[in-house]
Design a protein. Sequence first.
Length: 311
Amino acid sequence: MIKFLPYLITALLFLTACSNSSEEDNSKLNIYTTVFPLTSFVEEIGGDTVEVESIYPAGADMHSYEPTQKDMMEYADGDIFMMTSNDLDPIAKNITDTIIEDTNVIETTANINEDDLISTSHDDHDHEHDDDHDHEHGSGDPHIWLNPNLAIIMAESVKDALIDAQPEHSDMYEENFNNLRTDLENIDKQLTEITEDPVYTDVYISHESLGYLAEQYGFHQVGINGLSNQEPSQKELTEIIDQIQAQNIPYILYEPNVTSTVTDVIRDETNTEPLYFNNLETLTDNDPEDATYQSMMAKNIETLDQALNDK
């Protein structure tokens, strides 16, 4: 028996470690989010106390995504489901209606003033709507997180939800949120700097995702496709080409999760160069695994600086 004692002790230690590991895993909040910025905010504020996953696959278009019944069951098993709002997120209301009895649902834009929401497109041309499109936005531009000042309010909602769920970690959540808020304030400063005296006041992009940035920082977006990715009419297409040529616009912004053959046509007709801009609905497989809202916005700021100031 004695010669087997070391093996017995090792086995007991292994089982104890597994048990402790299981307890640690069970103590983490299981959180599902919609758009990438919320995933990033939960990770940064929650740290090791959370397990978070976006409902959108890499590179997905939030305007056309449809969760399966199996997906819905997984969301219902989570501790918290976080989204912008039922009005702004195309699929959130369907998910909320299904899982509301089983998990805590958080609308992270609930504390944002209604006057700060963009209710209609700020583009000069109205796109023709596709009658077969499944998810039309009500009257709002969903890309609210691109404005860092509004993103701070969303991040604070994330922090408050985590404190409500696990008050024992409130000090850590507060500290992490304050660090995040400082980063977002710095992003606001950088955006202010590059838009103070731009060479160009119009920014052309594959679909209308720049509304909140344009509103906050005083430039004008021209979306080739509409908010729900509806394509322009032939007349609108001709007008866009004429505007780009008249203004000698050098760049068109492309988004990785938006397919726009019309944008390719315009680029060919105008000899503009493509620039990469991530609307942050989702990340792609080409983005870094350790990407954060801050790191992705840093790239977007470089893109906007080049588009506005031809740098």
